[in-house]
Design a protein around this ligand. Structure first.
Ligand code: ADP
Ligand code: ZN
Length: 731
């Protein structure tokens, strides 16, 4: 008999989530998604990659005692990782697939029969086997979770024929509820999933598709591989994926990087199965941090600490871009997505798509759609407005943040040419003067005032536009012409000698009826810190973090587990920030549940206490305030004399910074001790009272004084320092 959940089963679920996973707050949509499972109502959950879909079916399954929830998952390789990760937190999960030995299989069946397994992962093929269906029925399965549910739809980017047969399962288990999970947000795919799975009055939950921790950048591709290397320099020791359009680009770039001593592994469909598996395995286990790949690489990748995804060429659709770039920063920490874009990318894709459509004999219905996708992608590359906005709007959602602080445009990284409009008019007039009969080389030559044969043989030195852009160099002018082409203010004929042509938009610009923006040519990226980067390392001891990472690597290797099964990067960072001095305060860290505390607690404690003693670093910064450890030194009298008078006067942080010449973090640090020492009547001058109230409410609701959960709970809108100050005052 299955346990009937009480009046609000959800109230019982939260402590379980804390116990197993060490999470004290849920992400948006997770609660509703879990409720639909508990209330036994079909559902379709659409959340972006990293949105936390797995927890939505893993957690409620714990509430159904003696019951097993079946998870359908398309990739055998991933199944094992997921089950390993669950077992690492003490969760009774199993999988059944061809990789099990006979003994393992018998054992698994036995445990299932005994009602000990809460979650069973299987492939869709397995579920189609009648004997297995009978077995599932004998277990009395009432809940099916379909992961990567878009695989059921041929409208999706990852259609798998085996998924199609899932609709028969619904008929075989009419009493069970079905729950689909996907990151593919298009309406068409969504409806198709619901129809194919035969969902009945499903709860449809579509999360916010923005990924605020990803910083998007698009750059013209100029020098390869130099541009790639420049980006890699920003990510030393971090994990990343570089996507190329063609296999030969992958091989070439991987080789170039290897020659430079970088451990980059290639991945594409032209390699042998063994080679591909080796690359995937090396990346998964963090033995290799850099993969150069075609689109073939990805589905099997569950690594959550990918810090950058670099596209060395344009992807073939915005969906693909969202999917590929989305593999960065699944842990919610800062990550960068750069796209290097060349005009020829579109043509390369057109060629590839036409060829493959012809080979498959589907050119008629396939091509126009594919070309449309290319146009949309090109539009993203050329865009002059927020990239987060374009991506979110593409998926039919509204984006209301005026400045994302996480894209090249909003961060003001791109220099605009102030004379852009005038320059554009000069270039376009020149095209008009030569009667739209010449290519880019000739136009540039005329505009710079070249007096060689090339110009004089046509009498072009007599044109009114001759030498009009004399003060600029030819490379710069050529780039502007390309920008005009990019923005469809100019056209270019096909063929070996493309000719520049005008269109109505060109004429509107020439008559100043329409404005156009030209960028200065970028030779080097001038990157600024994104919103997430500004706060994500706050208070974290990086050396300690690196030590913990080393420990994680050895631990994972010893068990041949993927590193994330031990602890995710976010948990390691939080450990390096809180620096717990005992098991109790370690348990407060997000991601440290009971099982992990027991398994790793002592080891981690030893590293942290050793490190802190050696480097005289404070410990137990549970709320950013060192108060729990008596060993922590109090503020010295000279500090009190220097800082406290400012605080007593109610001086703003900025003013104290000016007066003392110290950094914000130093000033805040002493402000916190001032608040604790002297307990001022109010701290409104540093944190508005309504913000304080929000922080207190959140701390109460979550039952924690840890910064990160509160920060997330408040929609990442309240800065860490404000949370610290409010909590210090509250005591
Ligand atoms: P998805 O399947 O939607 O791509 P995952 O289920 O892999 O996302 O979750 C992404 C990451 O977020 C994982 O590291 C997971 O442990 C973490 N996570 C999920 N829910 C929470 C939560 N409520 N609090 C903290 N971390 C969470
Ligand atoms: Zn933006």
């Amino acid at each position: 008999m299955s346990a009937t959940p009480g009046p609000d089963p959800f109230a019982k679920l939260l402590p379980l989530i804390d116990q197993y996973w060490g999470f004290r707050a849920l992400r948006p949509m997770q609660e509703k998604a879990m409720r639909s499972v508990l209330e036994r109502r079909d559902s379709l959950i659409v959340l972006p990659t990293g949105g936390g879909k797995s927890l939505c079916f893993q957690a409620p399954a714990l509430m159904f005692e003696n019951e097993t929830t079946v998870v359908v998952s398309p990739l055998i390789a991933l199944m094992k990782d997921q089950v390993d990760a669950l077992r690492a937190v003490g969760y009774p999960a199993r999988f059944i697939n061809s990789s099990l030995t006979e003994t393992e299989r018998v054992e698994t069946f036995h445990e299932l029969k005994a009602g000990k397994v809460r979650l069973l992962y299987v492939s869709p093929e397995r579920l189609m086997v009648p004997v297995f269906q009978e077995f599932v029925r004998s277990l009395g399965v009432k809940t099916f979770a379909i992961d990567e549910a878009h695989c059921i739809s041929h409208w999706g980017h990852d259609f798998r024929p085996e998924y199609r047969m899932m609709s028969t399962i619904r008929q075989l288990f009419p009493e069970a509820t079905f729950h689909g999970y996907t990151a593919t947000a298009t309406e068409q795919v969504r409806e198709d999933i619901a129809a194919q799975l035969g969902l009945r009055n499903p709860e449809l939950l579509v999360g916010n598709f923005d990924r605020p921790n990803l910083c998007y950048r698009v750059l013209p591709r100029q020098q390869m591989p130099d541009q790639v290397i420049e980006i890699l320099k920003r990510h030393k020791g971090e994990a990343g994926i570089i996507y190329c359009i063609r296999r030969k680009d992958v091989d070439e770039l991987a080789l170039q990087l290897q020659t430079l001593g970088l451990k980059a592994m290639p991945y594409h469909a032209g390699l042998s199965t063994e080679q591909r598996q080796a690359a995937q395995e090396a990346f998964r286990s963090e033995k290799c941090d850099l993969i150069v790949a075609t689109v073939a690489f990805g589905m099997g990748i569950d690594r959550s600490n990918v810090r950058f995804v670099l596209h060395a060429g344009m992807p073939k659709s915005v969906e693909h871009y969202q999917q590929e770039a989305g593999r960065a920063g699944r842990d919610g920490l800062e990550a960068e997505c750069v796209l290097l874009f060349g005009l020829q990318d579109r043509m390369t894709w057109e060629y590839i798509l036409k060829k493959s459509a012809e080979e498959a004999g589907v050119a008629d219905d396939f091509l126009p759609n594919a070309l449309l996708h290319l146009d949309e992608m090109t539009h993203y590359c050329r865009a002059g407005s927020c990239r987060h906005r374009i991506l979110v709007e593409h998926f039919g959602q509204e984006y209301t943040t005026p400045n994302c602080r996480a894209c090249d445009l909003c961060l003001d990284e791109i220099d605009i040419e102030p004379e852009g409009q005038t320059i554009a008019r000069k270039i376009l007039s020149c095209v008009a003067r030569v009667n739209e009969g010449f290519g880019i080389g000739q136009i540039v030559a005329i505009l710079v005032g070249d007096d060689s044969d090339k110009v004089t043989k046509y009498g072009h030195e007599k044109l009114k536009t001759y030498g009009l852009l004399r003060e600029h160099n030819p490379g710069q002018i050529r780039d502007w012409v390309n920008q005009l082409l990019d923005q469809a203010a100019l056209e270019r004929t096909d063929g070996d000698y493309p000719i520049l042509k005008l269109n109505p938009f060109s004429w509107q610009i020439m008559r100043d009826e329409k404005q156009i923006v030209l960028r200065k040519t970028l030779t080097r990226v001038r990157t600024k810190k994104s919103k997430t980067e500004e706060t994500s390392w706050e208070g974290i001891d990086r050396d300690l973090f690196e030590q913990l990472r080393e420990w994680r690597k050895t631990t994972a290797e010893a068990h041949s587990w993927p590193a994330f099964t031990v602890f995710g990067d976010n948990t390691l960072r939080e450990l390096a920030r809180v620096r717990p001095s005992n098991l109790k305060s370690m348990r407060q860290v997000q991601g440290v549940g009971d099982a992990k505390l027991q398994m790793y607690g002592e080891d981690v404690l030893q590293i942290i206490t050793g490190y802190c003693a050696e480097n005289s670093v404070t410990m137990d910064e549970l709320a950013g305030v060192a108060s729990h450890n008596p060993a922590v030194a109090r503020v010295s009298p000279s500090i009190i004399a220097e800082y406290y008078p400012h605080f007593r006067r109610g001086a703003a942080i900025e003013a104290v910074k000016q007066a003392t010449g110290r950094s914000t973090s130093t000033v805040v640090k002493y402000l916190l001790s001032y608040i604790r020492d002297e307990r001022p009547k109010s701290v409104d001058i540093w944190v508005p009272s309504d913000v304080q109230a929000m922080v207190f409410q959140s701390a109460k609701r979550l039952g924690t004084t840890l910064l990160r959960p509160i920060f997330e709970d408040l929609g990442e809108q309240v800065p860490y320092d404000a949370i610290r100050i409010a909590l210090a005052w509250k005591g």
